[in-house]
Design a protein around this ligand. Structure first.
Ligand code: FAD
Ligand code: SF4
Ligand code: SF4
Length: 491
């Protein structure tokens, strides 16, 4: 009986897979958590109380059938657990690694609220699919029949790939266009290997290629091929291009050398992990080795930058954030990992400008300087009254300025969408006032018939799991549309 196997949360404590020691893990880009041994995965799954109304499931963006795959894992029926897990999630091994579980499934596990630690849902999800790959249970994509319809997908991130997977399984002819030389989007070039090792993403790319998805890489839509050409080639198009425009800081000295954008810094580091030659890294520009590094920002991208700099053997790594620890947007788990690895946090500190060999222009404008940076002018803050959103507004403490010395400054202030209608010459494509593409929240179709949009380009900077959900839903809507057209043609 399930109840004999399950409900062990009062007897068995929550136990995450072992975390590698900070002074060992901070020297490489390998993931920091070890794998569960089978017995441990079974024990941890058995802690689940099999709630009749599982809040874990309702707070998972994919509504994964968590209680069922936990029970099957606890009973040693791993292959069945895998079948259920993959039915709702295209990339369970990736979500198990990088979802912010503390805000989603695990954060809503009821046994946490009864004073026992939450079930380790993410780690079990990762374990199930990693085992499925090892055991050969992950079947190739082999459609029962080929369909004549074709779909062009712009963007090989999780949103585009989730749609490609579902469409191809239904026999649709799928071509994915991406401006990068590898697929995976931010899973490949944004998120560092210590959170998500690159072969985990690449094995999915191989599965899709082997299953008949065509990839046109190094193909920048709007430059190498027009959007209109893609529309004319395919029966439907999915835009899943993500958000890549870095938020900027207009401050004196911003143009000094050694002040770089987080996306450039992380992409270079990830490329090095693949063994690529990266000129800007090899020249030292994007390499933190031996440098005093200051990262500006308090989100998860900033956490990835500081932990990357530690692994590149920076002389020191500091994170500058204008609010306090309790009010930062980044995950507390990542802050703790960063601190363990040697990062120093400068809370309630905001950048005011940059110092260095500032070659002031004729116009006398120090914002136009090009010499190397030597420091960040910092002003200390305190938290004032809450604004309309209820969040306390940081206020400057007058006379508190000082210079934080730095040889490399990484700006991690968030991302915005590029201006797609202008870049692609598709002024008729409707966007919101933030520049994200307007799409129906269920079908994901835009105002252009047959053109769908999914992931960050619709939501703004978000999460892999939401991009997967959008991609799957868009694919379902396209399949429904194709089916409707087929039945009309048959009448
Ligand atoms: P993307 O993954 O951005 O993929 C878009 C693809 O479109 C890219 O490959 C790009 O090259 C391509 N493209 C763009 N424009 C064009 C064009 N004109 N022509 C052709 N191709 C184009 N989320 C989590 O859930 N957990 C995390 O731990 C996490 N960490 C993150 C760390 C960093 C540093 C960053 C930046 C993001 C992180 N995220 C994380 C967020 C997550 O990566 C994104 O929400 C997710 O990747 C969005 O998926 P997407 O498919 O919409 O877009
Ligand atoms: Fe939790 Fe993410 Fe897995 Fe859903 S997909 S169960 S939120 S780890
Ligand atoms: Fe199990 Fe927790 Fe989900 Fe309840 S909320 S079904 S205890 S994982």
């Amino acid at each position: 009986m399930a109840s004999q196997t399950m409900l062990k949360f009062t007897k068995i404590e929550r136990d995450m897979p072992e975390k590698r020691a900070a002074d060992e893990r901070n020297r490489d880009f390998r993931e920091i958590y070890a794998d569960y041994a089978r017995q441990k995965a079974e024990e941890q799954s058995a802690r689940c109380s099999q709630c009749g109304v599982p809040y874990c499931q309702s707070h998972c963006p994919l509504h994964n059938n968590i209680p069922d795959w936990l029970r099957l894992t606890a009973e040693g029926r791993l292959q069945e657990a895998y079948e259920i897990s993959q039915a709702t999630n295209t990339f369970p091994e990736i979500c198990g690694r990088i979802c912010p579980q503390d805000r989603l499934c695990e954060g809503n596990c009821v046994i946490e609220q009864s004073g026992h630690g939450t079930v380790t849902i993410g780690s079990v999800e990762k374990y199930i699919t990693d085992t499925a790959f090892e055991e050969g249970w992950v079947k190739p994509i082999a459609p029962h029949m080929e369909r004549t319809e074709s779909v062009g997908i712009i963007g090989a991130g999780p949103g585009g790939l989730a749609a490609a997977d579902m469409l191809r399984r239904a026999g649709v002819q799928v071509t994915v266009y991406d401006r990068y030389d590898r697929g995976g989007g931010l899973m490949t070039y944004g998120i560092p290997g210590f959170k998500l090792e690159k072969d985990v993403v690449m094995q999915r790319m191989t599965q899709l290629e082997d299953g008949g998805v065509t990839f046109r890489l190094n193909c920048n839509v709007g430059e190498d091929i027009s959007f209109e050409e893609i529309r004319e080639t395919h029966d439907a198009v999915l835009i899943a291009t993500g958000v890549y425009k870095s938020r900027e800081l207009a401050a004196p000295g911003r143009n000094a050398g050694g002040i770089v954008r987080a996306i450039d810094y992380l992409t270079a580091s990830n490329r090095k992990s693949f063994g690529d030659a990266v000129e800007a890294f090899d020249s030292g520009e994007l390499d933190a080795s031996g440098k005093r590094v200051v990262v500006i920002g308090g989100g998860d991208t900033a956490m990835d930058c500081v932990r990357t700099a530690i692994r590149q053997e920076a002389a020191s790594v500091k994170c500058l954030y204008r609010r306090d620890r309790a009010n930062m947007p980044g995950s507390q788990r990542e802050v703790a990992n960063a601190e363990e690895e040697g990062v120093e946090f400068l809370w309630l500190s905001a950048p005011k400008g940059f110092t260095g060999d500032l070659r002031v222009t004729d116009a006398g404008n120090p914002a136009d300087v090009a010499g190397p940076v030597s420091g960040v002018m910092v002003e200390k803050m305190r938290l004032g009254a809450p604004d309309a959103t209820g969040r306390q507004v940081p206020e400057v403490i007058e006379g508190s300025d000082y210079v934080e010395e730095a040889d490399l400054v990484v700006m991690a202030l968030g991302f915005e969408p590029e201006d797609i209608p202008t870049l692609w010459g598709t002024e008729e494509l409707q966007v919101t006032r933030w520049g994200t593409i307007k799409a129906d929240f269920q079908t994901h179709e835009t105002n252009l018939p047959g053109v769908y949009a999914a992931g960050d380009i619709v939501r703004g900077a978000s999460l892999v799991v939401w991009a997967i959900r959008d991609g799957r839903e868009a694919a379902e809507a396209m399949l429904a549309q194709f089916a409707a057209q087929t039945s009309v043609a048959a009448e």
